[in-house]
Design a protein around this ligand. Structure first.
Ligand SMILES: Nc1ncnc2c1ncn2[C@@H]1O[C@H](COP(=O)(O)OP(=O)(O)OP(=O)(O)O)[C@@H](O)[C@H]1O
Length: 258
């Protein structure tokens, strides 16, 4: 029987992206499509530009004053580089989770309700509903439902990271960017976050930076290998880990450098 392939729409289409920090050319001629509701893993040795690249996708990179970019990052019919979209709106649609869990020193409830409040939701019943949905989607509800008024800083590291994911989900993003989200977590918390990512891709497009090859192999659909600011290759994760095209990819994934 012939297999039918339906084209998955691209959430992002990146064309000829170049980025400089002052004089330092940190990303060179990047071309990449990031497909909707897939997990795209970004791998490569330290300093190759992984964090820089992921931070272009919601323009967090604009917080660095010396940054200059050329090329195109198409997201929802806009070129993020030239069209200067509203950053609050963009970051509502494109959420981000960082390496170190960074909850606010507020209650669990207030952490999750924070984004919706900024976007004008005041009604307590609506906020209750959003907080419950987000905590459930982040696999945290059962562990915290009886103590939503507890300070979030009292949660374990793994719980704090799932709370940060819940906080991101609360504004109903379309894309979730994750910059090494498990590197500060113990193995059990890491497994929980990986299971969570598997589930999240039913609803969200996910881009994850990881140093952990096994993690990329386990959870991603596509893998992109960066080296010294260049995208060396990107393909289905199975292909990258079984038959990469470029010898440098093979050397990296088999642990010969990096
Ligand atoms: N704010 C900055 N100002 C100047 N140079 C920077 C800045 N941030 C990163 N760089 C440089 O850009 C290059 C890419 O850095 P980036 O943090 O994106 O790499 P990375 O692949 O995420 O590394 P790691 O795996 O160590 O986190 C590096 O040479 C780094 O020194």
């Amino acid at each position: 029987m012939m297999s039918q392939t339906t084209a998955v729409p691209a959430a992002y289409s990146v064309k000829d992206l170049n980025l400089w920090y002052g004089e330092h050319h940190a990303l060179s001629n990047i071309h990449m499509d990031i497909l909707e509701k897939e997990v795209t893993a970004i791998i490569g040795p330290s300093g190759c530009g992984k964090s820089t690249f992921i931070k272009t996708l919601n323009l967090m990179i604009n917080m660095v004053p010396s940054v200059k970019m050329t090329g195109e990052i198409s997201y929802e019919q806009e070129n993020l580089i030239k069209d200067k979209p509203d950053l609050i709106e963009l970051r509502k649609k494109v959420g981000m989770v960082f390496q170190k869990p960074n909850p606010f020193p507020k209650t669990i409830f207030e952490n999750v309700a924070y984004g919706p409040r900024i976007h004008g939701i005041r009604k307590k019943s609506k906020l209750n509903e959003i907080v419950e949905r987000s905590l459930k989607d982040a696999f945290l509800w059962d562990e915290v439902k009886d103590r939503l008024d507890m300070n979030a800083m009292g949660l374990s590291g793994g719980q704090q990271q799932r709370l940060c994911i819940a906080r991101t989900l609360a504004t109903e993003p379309k894309v979730v960017l994750m910059d090494e989200p498990t590197s500060a977590l113990d193995p059990i918390s890491t497994v929980k976050v990986e299971e969570l990512i598997e589930k999240l891709k039913e609803k969200y497009t996910i881009v994850i930076v990881t140093h952990n090859m096994q993690q990329a192999a386990r959870i991603s659909d596509k893998t992109a290998f960066f080296l010294m600011g260049e995208l060396i290759e990107m393909d289905n994760t199975d292909m990258i880990f079984s038959q990469p095209n470029d010898h440098r990819t093979e050397e990296y994934i088999t642990g010969r450098f990096g």
